[in-house]
Design a protein around this ligand. Sequence first.
Ligand SMILES: [Fe+2]
Length: 164
Amino acid sequence: MTEKHILKPDIGLDDEVVNSVVQVLQTVLSDEMVLYVKLRNYHWNVTGQSFTALHALFEQQYTQLEATIDAIAERIRMYGATALGSMSAFIKTARLKEGDETLPDVNGMVKNLLHDHEAMVRHLRNDVETMDELDDVGAEDMLTGLLQEHQKMAWFLRTYLETL
Ligand SMILES: [Fe+2]
């Protein structure tokens, strides 16, 4: 066996399957980066009566995403692939859209984030299905956990809007 063979992950998944799994993970990584930057933007620039609460809530959410982003990128490396690492690649690959140049008002910020978290729940449900079809239980488990995290983050934002 050549050294190259030994260094290639031998985890019971065909190359084609690995490529498909990695592609899904790169997309999720890109989505999370777009959402992460949006959360930081709003954390910095939120104003008004709810400043303290929302400044803290946005920080809590982007801190949670930081751990997620790192875990997804490192998982991509575990398959022997290179994780995407530039803003242009993230924007090109992501399903979520960057915010406009114009900053929304406070409620607009919360609504945009709620919309993105809910979109992630829908996307991840499909991605989990894809992982199931590809028989990658490790990635399926990770994305299921992520779906639950987005559901919870969406709930916090929805509750804020309901109590206005
Ligand atoms: Fe801060």
